[in-house]
Design a protein around this ligand. Structure first.
Ligand SMILES: [Zn+2]
Length: 435
């Protein structure tokens, strides 16, 4: 082929391509203009529908978590949403659009709440066993103790759907009482209203201190503030790797469960953490005059604030957890020292509380001066351990017993736990040695 011919063909091809390109571009431009007109309306409609769906979804999440007024307010926050739902001017009176239907459903649910009259349900745990192979290996703290008084992560996770299916709804401990308006300084029980069939449940966790003795035995190391603003568990793996997890203790597990199952929690309620003080709080040694103390105190405060904003509350579990609470030798001087020290060393960082969770679940007589000392420091809700499931009201304080959920109760009181809470054999961790 001659050079000139080759050039001509190439030129020709270029011309065809160029013309073609112009035609295509023109066609595309027209299509874009036509499409733009069409999609402007379509897009607006689509956006509106998307917005409405998001609104309904958000409102439904609130509603499922018993935030009735908040869900109603949200649905009513943009009247245009309702108007366009059935397409225009006639719509505001429509009764069949999704938002109107949802509003009616929520109003009906809110009006159907009933006063709870059944037994008082307060269950408690200790920090969960993350690695049963370490807790039950016979090294470190005796395995028998963990086997009796602790539950494992896998057990706790299995209990939650069962508790929910039985109708339990996490309820705030502080909301069991209110000040008696007719009697200054006195308190009375506060009525609890829930949907028919629901049972208020208080959940507490004892000794959220991450004591030294537990460090080699497969528990979380401490609580930490995640970069996402949530509280995580710091867990050291058996291989020695430091990790942040969502299932190293009751707290993140329950947070995530309630996020996915808002109906298990009255208005975002989680539980109450009972803290001692002799080895700090939440895994931080804030009571030993260590060089990092100020920094750790701030960390504890940051974590506690985040948790309180997220449905958790805190309680005093004594400062020393000393054996004199259990053997009955406790003196007036000791209870004063213990209570005062907790108020001075722990309360500034976790915030004021009127809840006292007794060490060893100890009971006092209501007129015992040592008991009166605790009450007079502002602790109006006193929680010992027994399974009577009844509150005693003592004019300026209540006694609310708690039921331990652990290897001991799951083994020795299986029928009781089976009746009230969950299928024990299905929950019990096979990693447990025989008790
Ligand atoms: Zn304890």
């Amino acid at each position: 082929m001659k050079k000139s011919m080759k050039a001509a063909i190439i030129m020709g091809l270029i011309a065809v391509v160029a013309v073609g390109a112009v035609i295509v571009r023109q066609y595309q431009t027209e299509a874009v203009f036509a499409g733009a007109e069409k999609t402007a309306a379509q897009k607006a409609q689509l956006e509106l529908e998307q917005k409405r769906e998001n609104l309904l979804e958000k409102a439904d999440h609130l509603y499922r978590g018993y935030y009735y007024d908040e869900a109603i307010a949200l649905l009513k926050s943009d009247p245009a949403m309702v108007a366009t739902a059935t397409g225009g001017a006639t719509a505001p009176t429509a009764t069949d659009d999704a938002i109107t239907v949802k509003l009616a459903e929520i109003e009906k649910a809110k009006a159907s709440l009933v006063k709870y009259e059944g037994p008082v349900q307060h269950i408690f745990f200790h920090s969960l066993i993350v690695y049963p192979e370490l807790a039950f290996d016979g090294r470190g703290h005796p395995a028998q103790g963990y086997n009796m008084w602790m539950a494992t992560v896998s057990e706790f996770k299995k209990m939650l759907p069962s508790l929910e299916a039985k109708g339990y709804v996490l309820y705030p401990l502080a909301d069991y009482i209110e000040q008696d308006p007719g009697n200054p300084g006195k308190i009375k029980l506060k009525d609890i209203y829930l949907p028919p069939g629901k049972i208020p449940l208080v959940l507490s966790v004892d000794d959220v201190n991450y004591y030294d003795y537990m460090k080699p035995d497969g528990f979380a190391n401490r609580l930490v503030m995640g970069s996402d603003g949530r509280v995580w568990t710091e867990v050291i793996t058996p291989e020695g790797q430091v990790t942040q997890t969502r299932d190293g203790d009751v707290m993140p597990i329950l947070d995530d469960y309630v996020e996915a199952h808002p109906e298990f929690s009255w208005r975002g309620t989680k539980g109450t953490l009972a803290l001692t003080g002799y080895q700090g709080a939440l895994g931080y040694r804030i009571t030993d005059n260590l060089p990092q103390e100020a920094e750790w105190q701030q960390t504890v405060k940051t974590i506690a604030d985040a948790m309180k904003a997220n449905g958790w509350s805190f309680a005093c579990h004594s400062y020393t957890h000393n054996g004199y609470f259990r053997d009955g030798s406790l003196t007036m001087k000791q209870i004063k020292y213990d209570t005062d020290r907790w108020i001075k060393k722990i309360m500034p960082y976790i915030g004021e509380t009127n809840i006292y969770v007794s060490p060893f679940g100890v009971h006092f007589k209501k007129d015992d001066p040592k008991y009166r000392y605790i009450i007079d420091q502002g602790f109006q809700i006193y929680c010992p351990v027994d399974n009577s499931r009844r509150i005693t009201v003592n004019s300026d304080n209540i006694v609310m017993p708690r039921v331990n959920i652990d290897g001991y109760s799951m083994t020795k009181r299986a029928a009781e736990l089976q009746k009230y809470y969950f299928d024990v054999p299905a929950v019990l961790d096979p990693a447990r040695p025989e008790l």
